[in-house]
Structure formats: structure tokens, C-alpha cells
Ligand binder design. Structure first.
Ligand code: TYD
Length: 396
């Protein structure tokens, strides 16, 4: 049974940045009711009203994983380790984006699956076998008819975007070789609850996983987690190493039990934990608004730094508009000269001169705080300040 616990109001599609033409023509945006619920059986936390995948992942998807140094390094390090430890001969990536993970492997060994045409074309051009498709059993069967053994399946920040997880895991279990490994990387629910980062919820992030919920979901497909790693990416993620139950090649690492115990101690399995979270989110909204209003009264110049999908949730939930945030600065070509969904705050090409003219920058990309603070040392030394809402709204 799904028990709702959080209402983040009417929200636009988070990665649908508007063009100037959309604004002039007053083109209608699609809104949906963003509510979050807890499945008392599987303990999975998901948004309640989902948007059809085809509306979200098309030929215009703006997010490129290789735009971030942090992500590129994380993929490179993992690939190096995997080659050293498992040396897989066949690798399938579900949600290969523009290829920062697979480009570390030989072209002969890799299969990419990516539904967004604008991204799939990049790995195709690089010479990697790429299926422009959503992940499903039909595709799994097609691939299996050509390649008998898939030794490694990797998927980062993708499975949480798919509504039907039974279909996902059934087709993975079908195609994975008996001694193969599945590696999933996803934002961690425990981190999200601890950091009160309610902006992890938006139309694309249908689920935020815990180890507990993944365990409950994969068990029926005779899969089990045998190791985990904690990552700093996407605001705190977990990397799950999964194998078939019948495969005795890998021992179950004690870190798995430790994480599970930590989640249970926090109450990830109890509805009351989510009601507490909801109360914290409501108070976070009040505090963030207070900060902005106080600064605006003092005529401070405030902009946004990193036009993330996450910040779309925050701005629309907290009703923070253009009168407060003059613009966002971002480095992503597909976002520049566009407008934030819902709030229509303009997005400008990042440059240091623009940043150095402002008093405060709202950290939309708070998940890259370290990378950004390093980059903006001069802005900070000159008295520039950042505003963040994670874990509590404050000025840094
Ligand atoms: P991302 O982490 O993908 O968040 P979401 O999934 O919520 O969209 O987005 C990070 C955004 O921040 C991306 O648009 C690029 C931007 N960014 C900068 O503009 N400058 C930077 O130095 C960094 C690290 C990110």
C-alpha cells in the first residue's frame, strides 16, 4: 500500500527549460502534482503521479554526465577498478548518456542503451554499439539473441527514472550471465532524509532508493546485493554490487549488513520517519524564504548557481521567482539562454565577471559544492556568499 507523506505542490517538468519563443508566445507548460509516497510492503519511496517517460526523455534531453569533472572522474575510477578486479568481456550500460563510463572500455566489449536521441548519437559516433531505446524485456531479448553472455551490467542514475521496476529487474536477471555482476548507482534515501534534500524528488526521479527497498525488489528475481560503496555524487549516493543468488563466487561483504542496520536504525522502514521528514521540509521552506526576503529588503543582488532540475523543485515549492533570483548561471550549452521551468528565471552562460558582481549565489548545484567552492575561491575571498538549503537553509 502506498502511503503519501509529502506534498510539493504543482510542479513543471524539471528538465524542460523554456526557450525565449516559449516565453514570448506564452506557451503552456505541463504541470503535475508532486506528491511523495511510501510503499509499506517494499519500503520503496516514490513520487505518486508519474509523467510518461516519452515526455521526459526525448531528443532534447539537456543533462550530459560528462559535463561534470566530478562525475567524469568517478566513472573513470570505477572503470579502472572494474577492469582490474573483474576484467569483464561484455559490458552493457543502461542509460549510457553521452558515454563517460563506457569510453573507458574497448568498443568491442560495450553495448549502450540510451533513449534520448541527442545523447545516443554521441556514443554511436564514438563507435560504440548503441540502442536508442528504453530498457525493457523486448530489448533484453534482442540483445541476448546476439550476445550470449553479458558479464557486467552498469546503470547510474537511471533505474530511479523508470516506473516499472519489476520489468527492469526481470529483464536484467534474464540477460545477466550466471556469474555476472550488476552495478547500480543511485542517490541514497538515507542521505536524502538526513540532508532534508527534498529536491531529490521531481518528475524524473520517480524513486529514491534505500538498500532495504532494493533488497526487497530484487529478491524475487533471485538477485542479491553483495557489496556497496558510498559515493559523494548526486548529493550522496550508494553503489550497489549485485549478483545472482546462485553465484557463490562473491562473498557478501559486511558493509551490506552495516548499511541495512544504519537504515533501520534511522527508521527507513517506518512511515512515522517520513512524517517527521515532511515537517522538516515544511520548516526548510519557511527558513529559505525568510533568508531571501531579508536579503531582498536590503537590496542585495542574488542569482542562482547551477540551473539544476533539483532547484526547479525548490523554487516552485517555495515560490521563489525572478523578483528574488535575477538569473541562473550555468555551463551547460543546452540550458544557456533558456528559462527555468515554472519560475521562468533566465539562465545565463556562466562567467566569473557576472558572478563577481553579485552579493549572493543560491547553490542550485549543491551536490557539486566542493567543486564549485574550489572554482570560486576568488568570489568567496572577495566577500561573495552562497545560499544553500541543504541540510538547513543558511548563508555560507
Ligand atoms: P545536476 O547535478 O545534473 O543536477 P540535476 O540532476 O538536479 O539537474 O546538475 C548540475 C548543474 O550545475 C548542471 O546544469 C551544470 C551546472 N554546473 C555549473 O554550471 N557549474 C559548475 O561548476 C558545476 C559543477 C555544475
Amino acid at each position: 500500500m502506498i502511503k503519501k507523506f509529502l506534498d510539493l505542490g504543482m510542479q513543471p517538468l524539471a528538465n524542460k527549460y523554456l526557450t525565449k519563443k516559449d516565453i514570448i508566445k506564452k506557451n503552456k507548460e505541463q504541470f503535475y502534482h508532486l506528491e511523495v509516497g511510501f510503499n509499506s510492503k517494499t519500503k520503496l519511496v516514490s513520487i505518486v503521479n508519474t509523467v510518461p517517460s516519452k515526455k521526459m526523455f526525448d531528443g532534447n534531453y539537456p543533462y550530459k554526465s560528462s559535463m561534470s569533472q566530478t562525475m567524469k572522474l568517478s566513472f573513470k575510477k570505477l572503470a579502472k577498478n572494474l577492469i582490474k578486479t573483474y576484467n569483464p568481456n561484455s559490458i552493457l550500460e543502461i542509460g549510457s548518456n553521452d558515454g563517460p563510463f563506457i569510453r573507458n572500455f574497448s568498443k568491442k566489449k560495450v553495448i549502450c542503451v540510451e533513449p534520448c536521441k541527442n545523447l545516443a548519437i554521441i556514443t554511436k559516433r564514438m563507435g560504440y554499439k548503441t540502442y536508442v531505446s528504453f530498457w525493457n524485456m523486448r530489448l533484453a531479448k534482442k540483445i541476448k539473441s546476439k550476445i550470449k553472455k553479458i558479464e557486467l551490467i552498469y546503470s547510474a542514475n537511471t533505474l530511479s527514472h523508470i516506473n516499472n521496476l519489476n520489468s527492469v529487474f526481470r529483464s536484467i536477471a534474464y540477460i545477466l550471465s550466471d556469474d555476472g555482476i550488476l552495478i547500480i548507482e543511485e542517490p541514497s534515501l538515507l542521505e536524502c532524509l538526513q540532508k532534508i534534500s527534498y529536491d531529490q524528488f521531481y518528475n524524473e526521479h520517480i524513486h529514491v532508493f534505500s538498500l532495504l527497498s532494493i533488497n526487497n525488489l530484487i529478491r524475487k528475481y533471485r538477485l542479491e546485493i553483495f557489496n556497496i560503496e558510498k559515493l559523494n555524487t548526486h548529493g550522496g549516493s550508494l553503489r550497489y554490487y549485485i549478483k545472482k543468488v546462485s553465484n557463490n563466487k562473491f562473498e557478501i561483504h559486511k558493509k551490506v549488513k552495516m548499511q541495512l542496520n544504519q537504515e533501520l536504525r534511522y527508521g527507513i522502514n517506518k512511515y512515522s520517519t517520513y512524517i517527521e521528514f515532511k515537517n522538516k521540509v515544511e520548516s526548510s521552506k519557511k527558513k529559505l524564504k525568510q533568508i531571501f526576503l531579508k536579503l531582498k529588503k536590503k537590496n542585495k543582488k542574488i542569482i542562482g548557481y547551477g540551473a539544476t532540475a533539483k532547484s526547479s523543485t525548490v523554487l516552485n515549492y517555495c515560490n521563489i521567482k525572478n523578483e528574488i533570483l535575477e538569473c541562473f548561471l550555468d555551463t551547460t550549452p543546452n540550458k544557456i539562454r533558456k528559462y527555468m521551468p515554472g519560475t521562468h528565471i533566465p539562465i545565463k552562460n556562466y562567467n566569473k565577471t557576472l558572478l563577481n558582481k553579485v552579493d549572493y549565489a543560491f547553490l542550485g548545484a549543491w551536490n557539486f559544492k566542493e567543486e564549485i567552492f574550489k572554482k570560486e575561491k576568488q568570489y568567496i575571498e572577495n566577500g561573495g556568499k552562497f545560499i544553500t538549503h541543504v541540510p538547513i537553509p543558511r548563508i555560507i
